[in-house]
Structures are given as C-alpha cells and as structure tokens.
Write a protein that binds this ligand. Structure first.
Ligand code: FES
Length: 347
C-alpha cells in the first residue's frame, strides 16, 4: 500500500455543481437519515467526476453534507486508490503491476509510461496524460492491462505489449477513439486459439431476448389448487374432502378471491395508474434500493414497469401498493418515490 497524501496546492473552496447535486439527492435517498454517512464513497466519486480529482475543500463539503467528522472522510479518500488526491491529465492511465500482469509484461508498459509521460502521478507536458501503477484490477486473464479514465468513463484495455500500448497513447494524444477491452483477437477472456464456441453472437448480446412477464399475479393462486390432491387421501375428514372436488374443477375461481382480500384491507389506499404491459422497454426497477428480482416481478405483476409511474405515487397510492407487498413500509423506508423521480429524470 503506497503512501497517499493530499496535494500541496489546493483550491480555496469547493462547490457542488447542479448536476452533482442531482446525483447526491439520488444517493442520499438510498439511506436512512441516520445512516447517510454510508454515501461517503458515492459523494467522493461525484466530486471526482466533477473536478477530475478530490480537492481538500471538497472533503470538508462532503463531511458537512453527511454529518461526518472530517477525519472519517479523510481516512476514506486516502485509503482508496481510485480517488485522485491531486489533479490529473486528460487521460488517467492506471497500469496494473500485480504479479500476473508483471509476469506478462506490465514492466514494459511502465517503461513506456516513464519515457512518454514522466514520473508516476505527474501530468505530462501537454496536459494529456497522468499514469499510476495500481494493484490487481481483476482482469488477470487478459494481462497485462491498464484502466483508462477520462471524460468517456472508465474502461479496461487488455492483452497489451509495449508496441500496442505506444500506439494507444498516440491515438489518445491525437484525440482518436480507441478500442477498449482485449487488443488481441479474442472477444473477452476466452482462451487464445479457441476452436469451439467461436460465434461472436454468443458474446455480443445480440441473442438476448426481452423476458415477457405475466401481467397478473396468477402464480400464487395455482399453489392452493395443488392442495386438494393431498386432501384426496384424508377424504374421510369432513372439510378438506368437501373442498377437494369443486376446487379442482374450478381452478380460475380461487384467483380473484386471493386478490380480493388485500384490496379490501387497503381501504385507506388509492389504486395508482397501472399498465397492462410496459411502454416499450421496461425500466430496471431493481435499481431502486431494496428491490430484487422477485420484488420487481411483483411490481410488474401489479402493473408497474417504469420509474415515472412510481415517481407519481402519493401517500394514498403508496398505501395501496404497500398493502400488496410482503414487507410493509418498505416503499417509504427506502424512499422509492424520490429514487424513482431521480431515475426517471435520468440520474
Ligand atoms: S494482476 Fe493485473 S489485473 Fe490482476
């Protein structure tokens, strides 16, 4: 672990931009008020995306925003190497120097960095590059590699050698787009010289099909219908036996009954507008905190497919939906409506 200190030259102040404020609102909505310090890493990341690095006054702004002690924010930012403690060039090159990459030639990449860019952490004379050596980034099968961070995001560039790396630096310096991922003939991290499973459509996502979700919650009623069968043996028992035959012949009828009970129990709630199916591509509702695949399916079955729908819920609608969920109070506890608003606005 290298020593990480704040840069000597610091700006006098720091202010979050309007875009950053929107992102902060999104992240804070994920945590209860008393646990908002959990958003420290997202907020520091927002600072870095705004400034390109994390200036010291921003640490104070983050600490203030999250009601945290300054030293706690300082500890986090100096621990994680993903945070830049000093300004960096337009393209930040993070070369992996851990054993697999070292054995596959990361030393050659570092030599190129030193000769073309300068010392680690310094900005090149043209302001285009900064390079750093970092620990394993989990792409060892495609060693050696580096992570490129710039205005286009963060991308891995893999299967390199000195010549390819030099060419990439030339292209970046000239403002040309580069290919991310493996710089070899492979698509991902499959073995070199593969003779099977070579069809590119296996990996490029073109075979993925949208999943059709049922519009109504009829899965649960089917389960009670199974009960009559075991009940056939204890037929002498009065009640189960009587229920067996009629139920098995009238499978669809139990369904409305099961749904009818919660509706009656939600006298205080008001049904929100629902859809029979998604308008175009459904939103990934799992992005709401506390929503997993199962809960997303339940929401879809209730007729909710888009963040914009959830963003419109008021207290009455929340009560209506809440009564249909297994764990009560989750919508308000997790702040779904605020999150959905932010996501619907493109956060
Ligand atoms: S060792 Fe370089 S990515 Fe793992």
């Amino acid at each position: 672990m290298s020593v990480r200190r704040l840069a000597k030259l610091q700006p006098e102040s720091f202010t979050f931009s309007a875009d950053s404020e929107k992102e902060i609102a999104f992240w804070l909505a994920k945590y209860p008020e008393a646990r908002k310090a959990s958003a420290v890493i997202p907020l520091l990341w927002i600072v870095q995306k705004q400034e390109g690095w994390v200036p010291e006054p921003a640490l104070r702004a983050v600490a203030e925003r999250l009601d945290m002690a300054y030293i706690r924010v300082y500890e986090v930012v100096t621990f994680y190497t993903m945070f830049n403690l000093a300004p960096v060039g337009e393209h930040l090159i993070q070369v992996c120097g851990t054993t697999p990459c070292m054995l596959r030639g990361s030393g050659d990449l570092i030599k190129v960095c030193k000769s073309r860019i300068g010392e680690a952490g310094a900005i090149s004379a043209d302001g285009k590059f900064t390079w750093l050596e970092v620990e394993c980034m989990g792409a060892c099968a495609n060693a050696p590699m580096f992570q490129l961070a710039n205005k286009d995001g963060d991308h891995y560039v893999e299967d390199l050698d000195a010549a390819k790396f030099e060419q990439i630096l030339d292209d970046l310096a000239a403002g040309k787009a580069i290919k991310y991922g493996p710089q070899s003939d492979r698509v991902s991290s499959e073995a070199h010289g593969t003779t099977v499973l070579t069809d590119p459509s296996l990996y490029d996502g073109s075979r993925a099909k949208p999943i059709k979700l049922p519009n109504t919650g009829s899965a649960k009623p089917a389960a009670p219908a199974a009960k009559p069968e075991p009940a056939a043996k204890p037929a002498p028992a009065p009640k189960p036996a009587a229920a067996t035959k009629p139920v098995s012949k009238t499978k669809p009828k139990p369904a409305p009954k099961v749904k009818a009970e919660p509706v009656a129990a939600t006298s205080g709630g008001k049904a929100p507008k629902t859809l029979k199916k998604a308008k175009g591509q459904p939103d990934d509702l799992k992005r709401l905190s506390g929503v997993g695949p199962k809960l997303e399916q339940t929401l879809n079955e209730l007729g909710f497919f888009h963040f914009a729908q959830i963003a419109q819920w008021g207290p009455e609608e929340i009560a209506w939906v809440d009564s249909r969920l297994k764990f009560k109070g989750r919508i308000e506890r997790e702040g779904w409506v605020a999150q959905a608003k932010a996501l619907a606005e493109g956060a």
